[in-house]
Design a protein around this ligand. Structure first.
Ligand code: ADP
Ligand code: MG
Ligand code: MG
Length: 889
């Protein structure tokens, strides 16, 4: 018999999948003996069953009734009981936190009768009507589908009528009148009455929460956060407690440490005489918790004690929602809190210092993605211009963009390639698309726990909130700064989410403290905490990881930087970049050569240039392996564009002139070499086998560079890598030539030059015949970009922009296979090639040099697949080190 309902006293944090994050943590707090209003949770399984069939699973309401009866018995009153109503909240709560993305309905159980009872027993007539008003509004919009703006308009009209600015100045009879207006609005828009039956209210609210799982903004959020669409949400039904019962009541949110910096100390916002929704909505400006300590020292002391209990129990930063009802503190929610990348590193180091977690757990708590964020540049402090405003530094980083005042424009302008900064008084969940599109979010209201701040932090987006001196005029699409400066839509501003400052115009960027540390500096004083924490995480990762990290580098400068960042060699040195610029002419000559002698001459001119490049890189990576890939792209990539040439020739002819002979030669070469599908054409090893002298020239350049370094007393370790091999015979032919040339070089130089020869595995056939290929290959390097293209049959240049977004929408894959390795398909080829390659040659060195080498999830896969190293761009090297360490935990 499946069970769909769990009392808070029955669950626990281990049941997050079934009870959702909120429900399982409410149960955990209950178990810890913290003051949690009683209640029960309908499981995600019930939600899944409902969403799959469109109706509630059998037995659900019987179970709900039984739990409700128990709740009523313990409270000593019934749901909606006219003279003294028990009121409930109905709260969504999925396995992974989706702040504000789904629905919550408060004050279930109020109706035309019980509102009078509530007024009497609470001694607050205004409070009772305000609660009823909130219920009708929330229920009307969430459950019955009336646009919430209609309610807001009626509320605004009422305030205008009474000449008051704030809700709190409306009287009980104003609110009673408003309830009537709301009910009428619902009737007009839906043809239905607001349900008076508490049981019906409860049932419909529960179903609405189930349905909110598939709401548009919830779906968008999940896509962005890579949360699966089929998890469903749990629903928590809980006795209401009231923060809006007067000055000795209130609601707040707290973090056990500062979620922006990770520094210790209880941190949060409090709003006296308010329900919790008002705090996150940023409707009124909150006060700090130190103010709460002054207003209500006893509740504050209890809050401190409870938060300490929670942090010790969860051994992590917790965030908490609480409400004080007439001096009694209630805990309404907790979870392991979202944090900035900086806070994650600092916190991990501090919790390890405090002995709450082990060094390995500390490593598990940080991420490569977070580290990448800390490596982003920040503003040059010496170049900042006029400060337009200061606000709360809610989510760090530096962003420059044109200001926009609504989500639609943010999305539109960003889609057109513009960088934008979304400016709002406060954000709501409806602003999510705009926040995703923007470089930064700037609000004039709300604290570090406002919607804007929480969501931006989760997305790693720059955010300054609560910049109160800004007068934001959304309608006129401009804001006015404290000094009177008016900033219109489209004007560029710079937002510093770390300092909480906004500057007029673009401010130049400089390296982050973490980059300066990685470059061998010490970072500046102010950033010492985070730099030390990063250093500790990296050194732990280096100690535990099994994967080596190399870099993709084509120049000595890149190789040197990669080495400073911790790379232990070059995993991919592309030689085609060395054929560009000035040298293009030489490549042209090689291609156009009519005779062997002409071609040899062109190759002979290229040789010293290539040798110089290799020498520099081998020097920068002295003592470490440098894997040099022979020329890969089709040769016509080095020739001019067909249309350009044809136009030039036609123009000359039109002028009655003789076209340039060289142009004519080039055009015929371009025509001769044209390929319908160059990606699958004459490239890679095929070039080497077809163009005489090309491999010999490149190998000679490598061999001579090695010889030169040896004679200079260095320790060069060049490896020669053959691209796009599909069959062992291709590799055998190239390898014979390599041997011949290197023997020649050794003889001439008087030193033995010996370079291992290996191949890229980037065609399915290579993976499938890896056992044979390993007979000739001394190492493998997976070219996962091409392997992904050829396995899926996707042309990367053609598919990513347009149809991938449709594929992502339709859920064919949750993330582009060019970004994160497709384990099921491409990954199987990798695993197969590893196994068969090593079966042939047990000491085969195996690495990966595609873009995936620096992608955290893919790094974990390569670790599991048993590779020896990953190779990625120099700036990803620290990220790969960290993730390789985390993969080994
Ligand atoms: P979210 O997931 O969006 O944070 P919640 O379910 O936490 O939504 O509900 C939003 C707010 O409603 C809470 O922060 C809290 O202040 C208020 N709330 C929810 N349940 C209760 C309750 N039982 N008593 C008082 N307030 C509640
Ligand atoms: Mg909440
Ligand atoms: Mg390739």
């Amino acid at each position: 018999m499946v069970r769909y309902v769990y009392d808070f006293t029955e669950g626990g944090r281990d049941l997050a999948g079934l009870l959702g994050g909120k429900g399982s943590n409410l149960a955990e707090m209950t178990r810890l003996g913290l003051p949690v209003p009683p209640g029960f949770t309908l499981t995600t399984e019930a939600c899944r069953a409902f969403l799959a069939t469109g109706s509630e699973p059998a037995g659900l309401w019987e179970e709900v009734s039984a739990h409700l009866s128990a709740l009523e018995a313990s409270a000593g009153r019934l749901l909606g009981q006219p003279d003294d109503p028990l009121l409930l909240s109905v709260r969504s709560g999925a396995k992974f936190s989706m702040p504000g993305m789904m629905e919550t309905i408060l004050d279930i159980g109020l109706n035309d009768d019980s509102v009078l009872g509530l007024a009497k027993v609470s001694g607050g007539e205004r409070f009772a009507w305000d609660s009823y008003r909130r219920l009708v509004q929330m229920f009307g919009s969430t459950v019955m589908g009336v646009d919430s703006a209609s309610f807001e308009r009626s509320l605004a009209a009422m305030k205008d009528l009474r000449g008051v600015r704030d809700d709190v100045h409306l009287t009980a009879s104003d609110l009673a009148e408003l309830v009537e207006t709301y009910k009428e609005l619902i009737r007009l828009e839906t043809g239905e009455h607001f349900p008076q039956s508490p049981a019906e209210q409860l049932r419909r609210a529960v179903l609405a929460v189930f349905e909110s799982w598939n709401g548009e903004r919830a779906r968008l959020y999940r896509r962005r956060e890579h949360i699966a669409d089929d998890l469903g949400t749990a629903v928590n039904v809980q006795r209401m407690v009231f923060g809006n019962l007067g000055a000795d009541s209130g609601s707040g949110v707290a973090f056990t440490r500062d979620p922006a910096t990770g520094r210790p100390g209880l941190y949060g916002d409090y709003l006296p005489d308010a329900q919790g929704e008002d705090v996150v909505a940023g409707i009124r400006n909150t006060v700090s918790l130190s103010e709460l300590a002054r207003l209500d020292p006893e509740s504050y002391a209890r809050l401190r004690a409870h938060t300490e209990t929670l942090e010790r129990h969860y051994r992590d930063l917790c965030d908490i929602e609480f409400t004080i009802e007439r001096g009694t503190l209630w805990m309404l929610q907790t979870r392991v809190g979202k944090r900035t990348a900086e806070a994650a590193f600092v916190l991990a180091a501090e919790l390890a210092d405090e002995g709450l977690i082990t060094p390995d757990e500390a490593l598990a708590r940080v991420s490569g993605e977070g580290l990448a964020r800390l490596m982003f540049p920040r503003f040059d402090a010496s170049a900042t211009g006029a400060v337009l405003a200061r606000g709360v530094p809610a989510s760090p980083g530096a962003a420059v963009g044109a200001v926009v005042f609504d989500t639609t424009r943010a999305v539109r302008r960003a889609a057109a390639g513009e960088k934008v900064v979304l400016v709002r008084q406060e954000t709501t969940p409806d602003d999510l698309p705009g926040m995703i599109a923007a470089q930064a979010v700037l609000t004039s209201r709300g604290g570090k726990t406002s919607h804007a701040a929480v969501v931006a932090r989760g997305m790693g987006k720059v955010c300054v909130c609560g910049a109160e001196e800004l007068a934001v005029d959304t309608g006129a699409r401009r804001f006015t700064a404290a000094d009177g400066t008016v900033v219109e839509e489209g004007a560029v501003v710079s937002v510093d989410g770390s300092a909480g400052a906004v500057y007029a115009g673009p401010v130049p960027l400089v390296d982050s403290a973490v980059i300066r540390y990685l470059e061998g500096g010490r970072g500046d004083e102010g950033a010492r905490g985070v730099v030390d924490a990063v250093a500790r995480a990296l050194s732990r990762a280096d100690a535990v990881r099994r994967l080596e990290v190399r870099a993709n580098a084509d120049t000595p400068e890149d190789a040197a930087r990669a080495r400073r960042f911790g790379a232990r060699g070059v995993g991919l040195c592309r030689t085609e970049h060395m054929f560009l610029g000035e040298r293009r002419k030489l490549v042209e000559q090689m291609i156009l050569a009519g005779t062997d002698a002409e071609r040899d001459r062109a190759l002979a001119d290229l040789l010293p240039l290539q040798r110089r490049d290799f020498t520099g890189i081998l020097e920068a990576m002295d003592g470490l392996p440098v894997t040099i890939r022979l020329l890969d792209p089709p040769l016509h990539e080095f020739l001019p564009d067909h249309t350009d040439l044809a136009v030039r020739i036609a123009a000359a002819e039109a002028r009655g002139e003789e076209p340039d002979a060289h142009d004519v030669d080039l055009l015929s070469a371009v025509n001769r070499m044209h390929e319908e599908n160059p990606m699958l054409g004459l490239r890679g090893v095929r070039l080497g086998l077809v163009v005489p002298g090309l491999v010999a020239m490149q190998v000679r350049a490598i061999g001579e560079a090695v010889a030169g370094r040896l004679l200079a007393g260095g320790a060069p370790r060049a490896e020669i890598m053959v691209p796009l091999v599909g069959d062992v015979r291709e590799l055998r032919l190239v390898r014979e030539e390599v041997r011949r040339v290197l023997a020649d070089v050794s003889r001439a130089a008087g030193v033995t030059v010996d370079c291992p020869v290996g191949t890229m595995i980037e065609l399915p056939r290579a993976a499938l015949t890896a056992g044979r290929i390993a007979e000739e290959a001394e190492f493998f390097s997976f070219g996962t970009n091409d392997l992904t293209q050829t396995t899926w049959g996707f042309s990367r240049d053609d598919v990513e922009a347009e149809f991938f977004s449709a594929y992502l929408d339709k859920g064919v894959f949750p993330v582009s296979p060019f970004e994160t390795l497709d384990r099921d398909g491409v990954g199987r080829l990798v695993s197969l090639a590893v196994a068969e390659g090593r079966a042939t040659r047990p000491d085969l060195t195996i690495g990966v040099c595609g873009e995936h080498g620096g992608d955290p999830d893919s790094v974990h896969f390569f670790h599991t697949a048993g590779l020896d190293y990953v190779s990625c761009s120099p700036f990803r090297v620290p990220v790969a080190r960290l993730e390789a360490g985390r993969a080994a935990l």
